[in-house]
Design a protein around this ligand. Structure first.
Ligand code: SF4
Length: 381
């Protein structure tokens, strides 16, 4: 089955960080449509390419050069195709190759393997991008195509990866001795985009027992709602969820404490607690607009036409006419260089690096406020 057409479990591995924390969320969000954003569809396409590269590497006899080239050419016809996907997936392939060669002897490899973790999570299954097993080690590798540093995912304690590892362990435990679990997330579009973590089989199975308890609540919609910035961010119920609304109202309009001047400690606390308030308001606006456009009433609000932008009915004809009337082309067109990132995208990552890589300097970024847990070192003036 293609990546796009895959079914998703109610208690999905990718949503585990949410339903493990906020157990009623899985049933609540099930009533909202699961629409994939353009970025998600782009990621799906990049995954398909990554899969082809891995299959070609590990299973060359069945999936040789000709089949590989044909399949890649087919993907290139997709509307969301970008040439830079070839470079990014190459980085992922390089990581997987190095990981496989790091085993004492050639490991067993599975690519895009459906893993069943139903003995921990009711009807739980998912697809692991790459599984390597050998010398008592089970390694699960996940490819992520996101480019926003905000969306960076860490392997350490990652429930999605741990669920895939549990599924893989269940599938292979009779065939291979496994004592150590390694997990890696490869995000080639991010700087330092590789995150790795290792735990023992005992630790993984302890996590499995915890998951089982939480999943039993989640599948029945029981347990406590636990609204929070990270938990609610991609929840499909986020616009309408009462628990989130109540929590954010409390945080935004808390009138209990009214000190004349707030301290730095309070400042930190407000920022931490209030992180989801702005996002919640914007989710609420989006939902209210949808309701108004659907003809429903949201008291106190209505949808109107935004600022309209003028456009040509036929730009080429209009420019030809202006030129004919004596307006020089230099007035009508501006010539400006592409940004560094656009040039890199157009030229290709490897060529860019070999032609002009030495001419790139990194300017210090504008100071930005992040949480203490952020990996970047703190700066001061
Ligand atoms: S919006 Fe947040 S609190 Fe509400 S169900 Fe979703 S994750 Fe839970």
């Amino acid at each position: 089955m293609g990546h796009e057409g895959r079914a998703h479990a109610l208690l999905s591995a990718s949503g585990a960080h949410r339903w493990l924390s906020c157990t009623p969320s899985a049933l609540l969000e099930a009533q909202f449509p699961d629409t994939a954003s353009e970025a998600a569809r782009e990621g799906t396409l990049a995954h398909e390419l990554a899969e082809l590269k891995l299959r070609n590497y590990f299973f060359t006899i069945d999936f040789g050069k000709q089949k590989f080239t044909r399949a890649v050419n087919k993907l290139k016809k997709e509307a969301l195709w970008q040439d830079e996907m070839m470079d990014y997936t190459e980085e992922y392939l390089d990581y997987v190759k190095t990981a496989a060669l790091g085993f004492e002897s050639l490991p067993y490899a599975a690519v895009e393997k459906r893993v069943d973790f139903g003995s921990y999570v009711p009807d739980g299954f998912g697809t692991a991008d790459c599984i390597l097993i050998g010398s008592g080690i089970l390694k699960v590798i996940d490819f992520k195509y996101g480019k926003s540093p905000e969306g960076r995912v860490e392997a350490e304690g990652n429930p999605q990866m741990a669920l895939y590892a549990l599924g893989a362990y269940e599938a292979y435990k009779l065939l291979y001795p496994i004592q150590t679990i390694r997990m890696a997330i490869v995000q080639p579009r991010l700087k330092d985009g590789i995150s790795e973590w290792e735990c023992s089989l005992t630790e993984l199975l302890t996590f499995g027992r915890y998951v089982k308890e939480r999943a039993e609540l989640a599948i029945k919609g029981e347990g406590e709602f636990r609204p929070g910035d990270k938990t609610c961010r991609y929840c499909r119920a986020r616009g309408q969820c009462r628990a989130r609304a109540d929590e954010n109202i409390k945080l935004a309009f808390d009138t209990e404490r009214k000190p004349p001047l707030i301290t730095n400690e309070e400042m930190g606390e407000y920022l931490r607690q209030g992180k989801d308030v702005a996002r919640w308001l914007s989710d609420l606006e989006e939902l209210a607009l949808k309701e108004c456009l659907a003809g429903h009433t949201v008291p106190g609000f209505k949808a109107v036409e935004g600022r309209s932008v003028r456009g040509w009915t036929d730009m080429e004809k209009a420019f030809a006419l202006l030129t004919e009337k004596g307006i020089p082309e230099a007035v009508l067109y501006e010539r400006k260089p592409l940004s560094l990132a656009q040039v890199e995208k157009a030229v290709g990552k490897k060529e860019f690096e070999s032609f002009v890589g030495g001419m790139v300097i990194r300017m210090p970024g504008k100071p930005t406020l992040v949480e203490e847990s952020d990996k970047r070192p703190a700066v001061t003036n």
